[in-house]
Design a protein around this ligand. Sequence first.
Ligand code: ASP
Length: 599
Amino acid sequence: MYKDTNCGDPRESSVGSQITVAGWVHRRRDHGNLIFIDLRDRSGLLQVVFNPEYGDKGHDLAQSLRSEWVVQVTGKVVSRLPGAENPDLPTGQVELSATDLTVLNRSITPPFEVADDVDVDPTTRLKYRFVDLRRPKMQENLRLRHKVSHIIWDYMSEKGFTQIETPILIKSTPEGARDYVVPSRVHPGDFYALPQSPQQLKQLLMVSGVERYFQIARCFRDEDLRADRQPEHTQLDFEMSFVHQDDVMELVEDLYKNIVAETVPDGEVITPFPRLTYAEAMERFGSDKPDLRYGMELTTITETAASSDARVFQVVASSGGTIRGLVAPDCGNYGRRQTDELTEFAKSSGAQGLVFIALDVNAPSIDGLEDDHIKSPLKKFLSVDVVKKMATEMGAEPGDLMLIVAGTDKLVNTVLSNLRGEMARRLDLADPKKIAFAWVYDFPLFEWDDELKKYEPAHHVFSSPKAEHMDYLDSDPGKVIGTLWDLVCNGSEMGSGSIRIHDRDLQAKLFNIIGYTEEQIADRFGQLLTAFTYGAPPHGGMGLGLDRLVAILAGEDAIREVIAFPKTQSAFDPLFQAPSKIEEQQLDELHLRVVMPKT
Ligand code: ASP
């Protein structure tokens, strides 16, 4: 080994010992005859001092050191002089008085400083990811991710799960995205698809009698990337036979509680995880992934609002729409600029407009509201009585601001759930220490696709309908609730799962409902349907995103921060410059010709 001690280890108790360390020059400070360097390795920083006694030659060498050079230093651990200690550094009481310095490698000037708080353009960070990953926080994130995987492995093994790798070169395994495809050389004109998830494979493993499978699996989905998505993501994928919904939920809840306890000891988790039906989540939060770290729930006030003289409310109510609102606490004093900003925000979520009603903090109570306690652009159409009634229904108090949106159910929910998040940001309501998991279950099995004019699976097509909803499959598929659920946390979806269909004919029926032809069914799902005729056990499982989980545990907003080599928002890797052209010869071998799109 080039070193016998890690930079981050020496303490007072090490004073007097002779050690050799190796790492990167983090910083160099030249104080004439004293030269200091902070030496960095994966464990932390150690101050190294080159004294004049070290000799001219050595001194000159130390003076030549630059940031990110790789060096090996031998010396004696000494106490720092009184007043020179650094309480912010675990090694801050001591320093290494160098007696030997070897330059192992030099570095040209790095593209940015290796420090956590430097502001660097994201593409530059990815282009020089090997430098970016040297930052202490990134090192910490990589280790945290490893630790989470380790806990998962231990936990799942202990619960009798077998880790099984499933193929990456496979066939379309639909999860609602586009496939990444790989051309075959040996089968001209044929393609593999990369798995969007190992869904069919893990179900086949249940038919194989594995009973408990897991994998930390890579999933590939060619979608237009939103801020928190990557073309390839990692999930804890597992499947269990002979289980009900509760069995699966209890297992995940216990695992996730352990993960948080072992990785973020001061993280606050509410247990048991609250359970909300999809309908309840939409009613209370306008979203199927509510952030439960704060309140500000939505209230429906359609009738009351429509009983006012405000035409916008009357028109929406009479055309079957909804009027809903939320209360922003203590925001009754918002000025024009703030309410304009919120209106713009609501419009960017699709709203026609946003109605405000501000209640004066000096009003004695909601019952005691008087005309001049109320401020609203719609004021002349709202009697004091109507405002009192709305405020009571919405749970507003004097000093609060009521935000009201009218429109179709879907639109109102989208706008208000976005506004709820925006108000929480403005009011700093989302405590970063809280990790608020929740289960959302009883999702509808299908969604009506207005463009394609057909039903699409809300989750995927393998989830089983609730037993009591089987009849709706023929009469009204939109009404069918599935035994399927999501785990959500702090406003993000963390994963989803379901009890699967294990009956061949029922599975085939679902394929028919979403409009697959017999040929498509045979081509894409023949293997699963056939397997189901050979004794498939009842089974269920989940796919749980690892990237988002680690990001939450690391206190990061973007999953990019917890993935070693992520891609940009346009699915590009600036480090490898991928995707890229391939050689003509490779194209020939693959029997492919590239025809560029006309621009
Ligand atoms: N295959 C699903 C997904 O990737 C998860 C599951 O149902 O197990 O979302």
